[in-house]
Design a protein around this ligand. Structure first.
Ligand code: 4HQ
Length: 441
C-alpha cells in the first residue's frame, strides 16, 4: 500500500514512521511513504506558499497553485484517493480505516496556517477527515494518524493475524482490562478468574468488562452497539423492563404550596398506562392513600385493559421471581413506601427512586440527573428503577428523603410551564427510552 503526503514540513513525516510495527512494514516494503512539498512548485525568490485571506482577518491561507501542483503530481492520472486533514472533516473511525485499507494509494494533504483555499478542496480533494475535535498546528500529525491506523490493517503488517480478528470481534466496544506478571503488585492482585484456567469463563468475563466499560465511559458508542444474545446474558436487563412509573396523589402540593392529596383523574390513568405499555415499562403504580380511589383506579384499569386488542395486560415478574404469577401492569398502592417495599420484595433489591420536579433546586445538587445521565447510571445497576410523577402542582419537598435522584425539569423555552403530568411523563419516557432519535427513517 502506498501513502503520499503533501506537506510543507516533510521532515515531520518520515522520522515518525521508522520504528515499531509501521517501521518494519516500511522496511519490508509492505507499505511505502513518500512526501512532496508545495514549495517545489513555487517560482518566486521566497518560495511563497501562503497569502493573506480575501475578506481580511488574521493569519494566512495556503495558496492554491503550488498545492494543486503537488497533489496532482503525487495522485497521478486517474488520481488516487485524495484526503485533506482538517478539523472540519468527518471524524475518523475504525470503520473508515477498514475501508481505506482496501485502496491501493492514499494521498494525504496537510494544511498549515489558517487552512487552504476552498477551491483546492473543490478541485482536488475527495474526502475531508478530522482526527478529533481539537486544533493542531497543521495536518501532518493527522496524516501520520491515518497512516498508522491504516497500515496496521495491511495484511502481513501485524505479526499475529489474531490481533485484528480479536478487534473485529470487539468492534464498537472499549477494550477489557489486561494484566501481566507480577501476580501481586503491592496489595493489587490480578482478578482470580484470569488464573482459573477456565477459558470460557475468562472470555465471558472479558466480554462483560468490555460491555460494562463501554456503557459507563462511552454511552455514545454503547447506544450504537448491537449486543448478541450471549452479550445480553452478561448485561443487566434492559432498563425499561425494570422501570416502574408511579403516579403520586400524595404527598403533593397545591397551587399555594400546601401539602394535599389530589384526586384521581381518568385521563391520567389511561394515558400513562398507554405510555407504560408503549415504552415497555415493568408497571404503572397509582399511589393514593384513599381506598375508594384505589378501587376506582383498579376498576378503570381493568375495563381499559380488557378493551385493549392485542395489548398485554400483564408483565412477567422480574428475575427468578419471588412471585409465581405475572403482575398486573397497572397497580395501586396506598403510599410510595408501599411501592418501594413491593419492588424490594420482587427484585430482592431496593429500587433506585427517581423524583421529577419543576423546581429541582429543593433537591441536593448531587442527586440531580439529566435523562441521559440517569440512563447511563441506571443501565449499569441491575435492580429496579421507580420514577415518581407528581400530580397537582408537583411532588412535595418532604419526599426529598425517599428520593435518591431527581430529573432535570422539562423546559420548553417559554415563560409558561404547566405541562399535564401525563404529557410530562410521556416526554420523560421518550427522553429515556426512545428508539428513533438519530436513526434513519
Ligand atoms: N488541523 N484533524 C489546522 C487539525 C486537524 C484535526 C489540520 C489544524 C489543518 C490547517 N487535522 N490545519 N483536528 O487540527 O485533522
Amino acid at each position: 500500500m502506498k501513502f503520499s503526503v503533501v506537506t510543507i514540513l516533510p521532515e515531520l513525516i518520515a522520522p515518525a514512521l521508522t520504528a515499531g510495527v509501521v517501521g518494519r512494514a516500511r522496511e519490508a516494503g509492505v507499505i511505502t511513504v513518500e512526501t512532496l512539498s508545495p514549495r517545489e512548485f513555487t517560482s518566486d525568490k521566497h518560495r511563497t506558499v501562503d497569502d493573506s485571506p480575501y475578506g481580511g482577518g488574521p493569519g494566512m491561507v495556503m495558496k492554491p497553485e503550488p498545492l494543486l501542483a503537488a497533489i496532482s503530481q503525487l495522485a497521478g492520472d486517474p488520481p488516487a484517493h485524495r484526503i485533506l486533514l482538517t478539523p472540519g472533516g468527518t471524524p475518523l473511525t475504525q470503520a473508515r480505516v477498514r475501508e481505506l485499507v482496501t485502496l491501493p494509494h492514499l494521498v494525504l494533504v496537510c494544511g498549515r496556517y489558517e487552512g487552504i483555499d476552498e477551491r483546492v478542496i473543490e478541485l482536488a480533494i475527495d474526502e475531508e477527515i478530522s482526527i478529533g475535535d481539537y486544533v493542531l498546528s497543521g495536518g501532518e500529525l493527522g496524516a501520520l494518524v491515518v497512516i498508522d491506523a491504516v497500515s496496521r490493517l495491511v495484511p502481513g503488517v501485524l505479526g499475529e493475524a489474531t490481533s485484528v480478528d480479536d478487534e473485529s470481534h470487539s468492534a464498537g466496544l472499549l477494550e477489557y482490562p489486561q494484566y501481566t506478571r507480577p501476580h501481586a503488585l503491592g496489595d493489587r492482585t490480578v482478578p482470580a478468574i484470569l488464573t482459573s484456567g477456565n477459558h470460557a469463563a475468562i472470555a465471558s468475563w472479558r466480554r462483560a468488562q468490555a460491555l460494562e466499560r463501554t456503557a459507563q465511559r462511552r454511552p455514545d458508542l454503547f447506544a450504537r452497539f448491537h449486543p448478541t444474545a450471549a452479550d445480553r446474558k452478561l448485561m443487566p436487563p434492559p432498563l425499561a423492563s425494570r422501570t416502574h412509573l408511579a403516579l403520586v396523589h400524595h404527598p403533593v402540593v397545591d397551587r399555594t404550596g400546601k401539602i394535599v392529596t389530589s384526586s384521581l383523574t381518568n385521563f391520567d390513568i389511561h394515558d400513562l398506562a398507554r405510555s407504560t405499555l408503549t415504552y415497555g415499562l415493568a408497571a404503572y403504580h397509582i399511589v393514593t392513600p384513599i381506598t375508594s380511589q384505589r378501587e376506582k383506579a383498579q376498576h378503570i384499569a381493568s375495563l381499559w385493559l380488557e378493551d385493549q386488542a392485542g395489548a398485554p395486560p400483564t408483565r412477567k415478574p422480574p428475575a427468578s421471581g419471588s412471585r409465581a404469577h405475572a403482575l398486573a401492569l397497572v397497580r395501586t398502592a396506598d403510599s410510595i413506601d408501599t411501592v418501594i417495599d413491593e419492588l424490594t420484595a420482587e427484585y430482592g433489591v431496593a429500587p433506585l427512586v427517581v423524583g421529577t420536579s419543576a423546581r429541582p433546586e429543593s433537591f441536593p445538587a448531587a442527586a440531580r440527573r439529566s435523562p441521559s445521565e440517569l440512563l447511563a447510571e441506571a443501565s449499569l445497576i441491575p435492580g429496579p428503577v421507580l420514577i415518581l410523577l407528581g400530580t397537582g402542582w408537583g411532588l412535595a419537598d418532604s419526599l426529598i428523603h425517599s428520593v435518591s435522584r431527581v430529573l432535570t425539569p422539562i423546559e420548553g423555552g417559554s415563560d409558561w410551564n404547566h405541562l399535564s403530568v401525563r404529557s410530562a411523563g410521556a416526554i420523560l419516557l421518550d427522553r429515556l427510552f426512545d428508539r428513533c432519535v438519530g436513526r434513519p427513517a
